[in-house]
Design a protein around this ligand. Structure first.
Ligand code: PLP
Length: 449
């Protein structure tokens, strides 16, 4: 465990980037690692503490991406580390598919208590977001006996076949992998900054999106009685951190209820306190039939969950299982994570998120190349545009800004075509926000402002 005194509060860049040790690591990596990964800038990590990470050359960075919204409690939170150590010293694995242990049952009980809505839930554990989606699709088909799934343009649900088939984020993710899972239909998600239907208000755009499903998809493509589920991200993640208007999720819920369709909320990125509530769908008082969780759930250990209404999760023994899912060490990390999220971090996410958005809004007001800031809690997106006359996307400029932030010690990632995403650990304070915004401000000024 690193000494807290030796952890700086602000970035410290001491070498040219990447430094020599990082360069050597990247060369080794490139020799042996699959070229399919999407590495942007050359960051390597040697250690992390809270929101600060150090590379092998001794440079310190302020981390506003948290391993893609995963390190919810910050890097190596002492309470999470000690829960992991304690469980690891007891036993590492016993396959929850075949046997019983406390960490798995305790975590399921806890997720039932913390789940959105009041209906009792049952939980299935896997190892990742994509696996949770895969299982959710199987469960929806099993429960309803129907084949179809409706999901949305710009959505991202993972890389395995079912999850890839329902995603519609970037076509390269599907190219060369056909045939995909059939009976998947993509519909429009309300994106008020760039409304597909050109409606006057965000709420009217959401109505137009609902109307498309009802009057086009159901009438011309697939009968509602053939649809098992509508799968939706309560806030779109990889697609650009798109926050829908308040009537969207309730509208989908009503549509599902009308036709006996299950509503699946993919909370893999938006869940576990990131948006200021435990689950993003709670902002709109919607209880899904099935919810998926992963990423921030275990602070960095691999864990995914399907959280379904108990009467929906009615599949029989042998229908679905996995060797590693619900691993005891990952479950122990999740229990410690939920303690921290419930007792302060969720509230901090709301408070720091509001502050971050207000500081970014001030930058947007002054800048010709920043179009819109949006988000909930610490799930915040900032669109980079060519100029304020029109809002044409500027994907290359966005990438340049993300790279320039890295050079100055701020770690952010892109999402969507032209959005900068801010998904820091939920532990950050207002000084961290000020540091991040100051770096971004300088970078924006250096890039035509
Ligand atoms: C909303 C959402 N669902 C599913 C996934 C897939 O998760 P994983 O990468 O753990 O398979 C992601 C990953 O980014 C995601 O953002």
């Amino acid at each position: 465990m690193p000494e807290t005194q030796s952890i700086p509060k602000c970035p410290e860049i001491k070498t040219a980037l990447p430094g020599p040790k990082t360069k050597a690591l990247i060369e080794q990596d490139q020799r042996y690692i699959s070229p399919s990964y999407t590495r942007g800038y050359p960051l390597a990590i040697a250690r992390g503490h809270g929101a600060m990470v150090q590379d092998p050359d001794g440079n310190w960075f302020l981390d506003f991406c948290a391993g893609i919204a995963v390190c919810s409690t910050g890097h190596s939170h002492p309470k999470v580390v000690s829960a992991i150590q304690e469980q690891a010293a007891n036993f590492l694995h016993m396959s929850g598919t075949d046997f019983y242990y406390h960490a798995m049952a305790d975590l399921a009980e806890r997720l039932n208590e913390l789940s959105a809505g009041r209906t009792p839930k049952k939980i299935f554990f896997g190892n990742s977001g994509t696996e949770a989606i895969e299982g959710a699709i199987k469960l929806a088909r099993y429960h309803t006996g129907r084949p179809g799934i409706i999901s949305f343009f710009r959505s991202f649900h993972g890389r395995t076949f079912g999850a890839m088939s329902v995603s519609a984020s970037k076509s390269i993710q599907k190219s060369h992998f056909s045939p995909l899972v059939p009976h998947v239909y993509h519909a429009h998600y309300p994106y008020s900054y760039r409304p597909f239907f050109g409606a006057q208000s965000p709420e009217e755009e959401a109505e137009a999106c609902l109307d498309y499903i009802r009057n086009y998809l159901f009438k011309m493509i697939a009968q509602p009685s053939d649809i098992a589920a509508i799968l939706v991200e309560p806030i779109q993640g990889e697609g650009g951190y798109v926050v829908p208007p308040k009537n969207w999720l309730p509208g989908l819920r009503a549509l599902c209820d009308e036709y006996g369709i299950l509503m699946i909320a993919d909370e893999v990125q938006s869940g576990v306190g990131r948006t200021g509530k435990m689950w993003a769908c709670e902002h709109d008082n919607v209880e899904p039939d099935i919810m998926t969780s992963a990423k921030g759930l275990a602070s960095g250990l691999p864990l995914g969950a399907i959280i379904a209404k108990a009467d929906v999760m009615n599949w029989k023994p042998g229908c679905h299982a996995t060797t590693f899912g619900g691993n005891p060490v990952a479950c122990a990390a999740a229990l410690a994570t939920l303690d921290l999220v419930e007792n302060g971090l969720m509230q901090n996410a709301e408070c720091q998120g509001t502050y971050l958005q207000s500081q970014l809004q001030a930058l947007v007001n002054q800048s010709n190349i920043l179009g819109q800031v949006r988000g909930r809690g610490l799930m915040v997106g900032l669109e980079v545009i060519q100029s304020k006359t029109g809002n044409q996307k500027a994907p290359e400029l966005r990438d340049k800004i993300v790279d320039a932030c890295f050079e100055k010690g701020l770690l952010v990632l892109g999402c969507g075509e032209n959005t900068i995403r801010f998904s820091p650990p939920l532990t950050i304070d207002s000084e961290d926000v000020d540091t991040a915004v100051a770096i971004l401000k300088q970078v924006i000024a250096e890039n035509g402002g």
